[in-house]
Design a protein around this ligand. Sequence first.
Ligand code: PLP
Length: 416
Amino acid sequence: MSSTPSLFTDVELAAPVVIFQLTADYKADPSDKKINLGVGAYRTDEGQPWVLPVVRSVEAQMAIDPLLNHEYLPILGMPSFCEAATQLVLGKDSPAILQNRAGGVQSISGTGALRLAAEFLFRFYNKREKSTAVYVSSPTWGNQTAVFKNAGFTDHRTYRYWDADQCALDYKGMLEDIENAPEFSIFILHGCAHNPTGLDPSHEEWIGIAEACKRRNIFPVLDCAYQGFASGDPDVDAWSTRKFVELGFELLVCQSFAKNFGLYNERIGNLCLVMRDSPTLSRCRSQVELIVRAMYSNPPNHGARIVATTLSNPALKQEWLDNLHTMASRIKAMRHLLHSKLRSKGTPGNWDHIITQIGMFSYTGLNASQVEFLRKRHIYLLSSGRINMCGITTSNIDYLVESIHDAVTSVKGGRL
Ligand SMILES: Cc1ncc(COP(=O)(O)O)c(C=O)c1O
């Protein structure tokens, strides 16, 4: 080893990414009682990851298809995938698609779609105004702000969303924050299954939100990482996105196929651009093409092929919808079981939010000290009290309920 000091001696050790650290701690815990409520992925009732049967069968076909090879994809991705993904979120009869002013760009999952959106907006949105404010919900999935920071945005703000006292949407606060935002601000909205709260606005509330955004000339970015995962029906979960399109917004939608296809490590997503007209779409896509070229050149094939094949074949699509239904139903069943068991045990607090929330995550209302208490019982969750419903199984729920009951009754404070 050379005696010359490294050129990187001043580099500080970065803090670990909390959610990955939580999973590492869980894995290292030898207890047979341990429960991981932190992980952001689906688990079966046996606590195992699930490869969707439709994905298995499409992969089996792909493995023997002599026409497939490992050639590069186009920079903007596999055209049949981009088309299928765009149709999935906007609806195949969407006027924006029929008018040829909506189109997709294959991305490195949902995070990659956000990264492309951020880079594109930083370069081309409101060009003379680099200080455009970027709003995220309070709370939100933390990577949204990190991604927009990395693209160069400097004015990061939050809009009110979660009312901790009521365990409900702070609709009034959210509207006030939109009305008070600088004109032309960028708002990142969760299209469905809000992460981390699991709380979505009603249709009526969405209309109010969209109208307020219209009045302030807000640019919406719809982060749609859970389409189909919330209700079990991708059309139902795309309602808010389609409403914004119907109201005439130009917007970006960031889609992920990590959750709804269980393709977490294939990193398959789509950035859907909805523009005023077809020439604008072509110009914007051509600029995203340059961004991709210099960022990672072109995207991977495997996940795109699976999604495109499935969505373009009616029988496979039906099988996927059935698989989606299986996942969404298990999540809903766990919500109801947790709610009823906490109620019948007489655990202090109103637990109704557990069943009114939607999707994989739930903001339980447990405070950081109660989370710490649970940790001593080998139950792993974020200090915010967010849990992933998929970590709950029919075998571990009784231990979980007993532990939550003990946490709430012995560690006071907070809402409960
Ligand atoms: C709100 C939200 N957006 C985007 C993503 C991106 O996920 P991925 O990059 O795995 O598709 C996630 C994942 O947890 C999320 O919760």
